[in-house]
Design a protein around this ligand. Structure first.
Ligand code: IPM
Ligand code: MG
Length: 356
């Protein structure tokens, strides 16, 4: 089969890690008989530099015309002082919205070979964990009305969180369907003791839960969830969250796996087109040095194969390759200590390629 995958390399380490994932996809194509076309588009800081805007229309159109999108990372200190509508992050939020990607799947599991890297106490890490955060991605406070105004005590700023029943229902269904294919346990995160959006969230999730009697569903306040995630992550299977709570909890989940350089994500809508990216950022401090860990992006490419192209055998092959190189002791700089030798980004990519 032939597929078109739009590449949005972005800024910082984005180009290096995307190139690693492209090499892996090409190897998968060669082994399984697929051909991939990889048109490239600008977004983020590099787009600001080249065109003056973080998300050129051509990028949106190119992504819409592709089977799927593979994204590196956007942003960096160079563009941090620009006004809000010109920031690189605007590109990410704009793409998610333009492509209708309201679901963000962020799996986090501990690899046997990396238990020692986890920031968890060894007896807790030894229990293992394998969870997926189902994060709402195109609503909530990220997209609500915001601004500056004159308040009672002088100038103030405000951001608003709004969620419609429709937005909560559709993400809740995705979470329940996901739970059905896993261990059939769902924890819905909110702050219903304070926020009205959370009370609507909880009410709506309970209503949808009635359609899934086979899935065990419970609620948890977000502050408690942040604590339980480091106290005993093995208790979680599917975690359903709003946009901002999911952003925060997924960074926390990444660190207990050992490195943020390992966590992939898939952003999905109603169709099969999705956007796949590592959950980490552009890491400007190590950009251009061939030191980044490409595994989160390679694992994102595996999710792309599975969710957008329906190629699950190919996805399994990539995930098994990553598992194998970690078991053999391949480590990039984020995973080595003291005098241990770290593989470069290209060396790690080549180690994975050798297993495809
Ligand atoms: C993420 C990132 C983005 C987000 C930023 C870069 C806008 O932190 O994907 O987790 O907050 O969604
Ligand atoms: Mg984040």
């Amino acid at each position: 089969m032939e597929y078109t995958i739009a590449l949005v390399r972005g800024d910082g380490i984005g180009p290096e890690i995307v190139d690693g994932a492209v090499r892996v996809l090409e190897a998968v194509g060669a082994r399984f008989g697929h051909s991939f076309h990889f048109p490239s588009y600008l977004a983020g800081g590099c787009a600001i530099d080249a065109t003056g805007a973080p998300l050129p229309e051509e990028t949106v159109q190119g992504c819409l015309d592709s089977d799927s999108v593979l994204l590196g990372a956007v942003g960096g200190p160079k563009w941090d002082t620009l006004p809000a509508n010109l920031r690189p992050e605007k590109a990410l939020l704009g793409l998610r919205k333009a492509l209708g990607l309201y679901t963000n799947l962020r799996p986090a599991k501990i690899y046997d070979a990396l238990r020692g890297e986890s920031t968890l106490r060894p007896d807790i890490a030894a229990r293992g964990f394998d969870l997926v955060i189902v994060r709402e991605l195109t609503g909530g406070i990220y997209y609500g009305e915001r601004g500056r105004r004159e308040g009672k005590y002088g100038p103030e700023a405000y951001d608003t969180e709004a969620y419609s029943v429709m937005e909560i229902e559709r993400i809740a269904r995705v979470a329940f369907e996901t739970a059905r294919k896993r261990r059939k346990n769902l924890v819905s995160i909110d702050k219903a003791n304070v926020l009205e959006t959370s009370r609507l969230w909880r009410e709506t999730v309970h209503r949808i839960a009635a359609e899934y009697p086979d899935v065990e569903c419970s609620d948890m306040l977000v502050d408690n969830a942040a604590m339980q995630l480091v106290r005993d992550p093995s208790r979680f299977d599917v975690v359903l969250t709003s946009n901002m709570f999911g952003d925060i909890l997924s960074d926390e989940a990444s660190q207990i796996t050992g490195s943020i350089g390992l966590l992939p994500s898939a952003s999905l809508g109603d169709g099969t087109r999705g956007m796949y990216e590592p959950i980490h950022g552009s890491a400007p401090d190590i950009a251009g040095q061939n030191r980044a860990n490409p595994l989160a992006t390679i694992l994102s490419a595996a999710m792309l194969l599975r969710y957008s192209l329906g190629l699950s055998e190919e996805a399994d092959c990539v995930e098994a390759a990553v598992d194998a190189v970690l078991r053999e002791g391949c480590r990039t700089a984020d995973l080595v200590h003291g005098g241990e030798r770290a593989l470069s980004c290209t060396e790690m990519t080549e180690a994975v390629l050798a297993k495809i």
